[in-house]
Design a protein around this ligand. Structure first.
Ligand code: ZN
Length: 425
């Protein structure tokens, strides 16, 4: 299928290594660096490339398959250098860790434990395995567990890396059935503004704003606060096991809600022509300076990253691409006249200091995110905005009942009951 991609994910985990084996991984990633360096050195020396793999493999203290992959990677870097002068000649004198790349069931193996965790086994060195348990966030573990138990997913390669003094395993999984449309080939951009207690969505096409939806979820904030308070009390009484139980309950509660909200975002987006869902890029946000308290508050609250992750994942399943933009000024810019000033925004209220346009501030942000998404990823123009549709608000029900059933477009629209206009506080 043209203009689409296989659905692949790279899942990132920390390695909780069985005791006594901690040093083995570090030795192996250093050995991987030595193999890489030796390959580059021989190539520079003018040794025939076909002869290099065997020469390096003889001395390498790694399993054969892993050595072959590192040699291939090093030679590919040399080839790139010869074919494109601007690549810079690969170095053979760098030190530090180099990733160990391996095929599933060759260089590494994963299995579900009876406790519901995922155990790993990495063959780093000949006859020496590293075993232990994968640690990571729930969303990534969920996908991995699905991949391990379903034919629809295939585990492919993984890399063992050394990150900031800790071993990690980056696992690539591919969905064998689904495909995702190219994001460049979209007709509607859905800007998603994620906040502590709501998400604001705006669908923008070449004709203008198609629709806006704000999904409120105050119960997440409320429940997290409630559990936090209970845990504090228990901490004082030193009942650690109860503490853990509560933490698990809180996590499940939040996770359950985030799954539902992300499903709703995808269903809502699905009604538009060739949609692409756009988020603010968390990494760029961290590096930015001018965000003040709003951004800090958003960054330190869990829903942000997890909600993006769940939504991306579910969107992929629906064949909908996702994209990221730089979050700079998305909450300060006026969507009508583009005047950008921090004072335009006051909590949930947006009022442009220049053209006096008023709006729900999170909706404004979602329009700006959509605009940036078009500028960055599409080859059509951002339409001039003269008016914006009414902000539709809906609240997810605290019972957890899904009040937006599996998509038909009308069904989703039908739930935007509250037609309150523009500004709310
Ligand atoms: Zn304005």
């Amino acid at each position: 299928m043209l203009g689409s991609n296989r659905l692949t994910k790279t899942l990132v985990f920390q390695l909780d290594v069985e005791s006594g084996n901690e040093d083995l991984i570090y030795d192996a990633v250093l050995e991987a660096r030595a193999v890489y360096n030796e390959t580059i050195r021989l190539a520079k020396q003018g040794v025939e490339w076909q002869a290099i793999p065997d020469r390096v493999a003889d001395d390498a203290d790694l399993v054969k398959n892993t050595t072959q992959r590192i040699v291939a990677k090093a030679l590919a870097a040399m080839k790139n250098y010869y074919e494109h002068d601007d690549f810079g000649q690969p170095s053979h004198t760098k030190d530090g860790a180099y990733p160990l790349r391996a095929n599933y069931e060759e260089g590494y193996d994963l299995s579900l434990t009876s406790a519901g965790e995922v155990a790993f086994r990495i063959s780093a060195k000949p006859y020496k395995h590293i075993e232990g348990i994968l640690k990571g966030n729930d969303a990534q573990l969920d996908i991995l567990k699905t991949a391990l138990t379903s034919d629809e997913w295939k585990l492919t390669t993984a890399e063992t890396l050394w990150c900031d003094g800790n071993p990690e395993l980056h696992v690539n999984v591919t969905n064998t059935e689904k495909r995702v449309r190219d994001k460049q080939n979209s007709q509607t951009i859905v800007g998603v503004d994620v906040n502590e207690d709501n998400v604001a969505l705006t669908a923008l096409s070449a004709d203008g704003v198609e629709d806006t939806l704000v999904i409120d979820f105050p119960e997440i904030k409320f429940e997290r606060h409630r559990y936090f308070t209970i845990r504090k009390r228990i901490q004082k009484a030193r009942k650690d096991s109860i503490h853990t139980v509560l933490e698990g309950r809180e996590r499940r509660f939040v996770r359950d809600r985030l799954h539902k909200i992300s499903r709703h975002i995808v269903e809502w987006s699905h009604q538009f022509e060739k949609p692409c869902i756009v988020f603010e890029d968390l990494k760029e946000m961290r590096e930015s300076i001018d965000y003040g308290t709003r951004m800090n508050r958003r960054l330190h609250h869990l829903p942000f990253r997890a909600l993006q992750f769940y939504t991306t994942y579910k969107a992929s399943f629906a064949g909908i691409p996702t994209a990221w933009i730089n979050p700079e000024y998305t909450s300060q810019r006026c969507p009508m006249c583009e005047h950008t000033e921090r004072a335009n925004r006051n909590k949930k209220r947006f009022k442009c200091r220049s053209c006096k346009h008023q709006d729900h501030s999170d909706r404004s942000a979602s329009v700006n995110i959509a605009v940036k998404g078009i500028e960055k990823h599409q080859n059509w123009n951002v339409p001039a905005l003269n008016s914006l549709p009414t902000v539709r608000k809906m609240r997810r029900q605290a019972s957890g009942a899904v009040n937006a059933p599996a998509v038909t477009h009308d069904a989703v629209r039908g739930h935007h009951t509250d037609g309150s206009v523009g500004v709310s506080k």
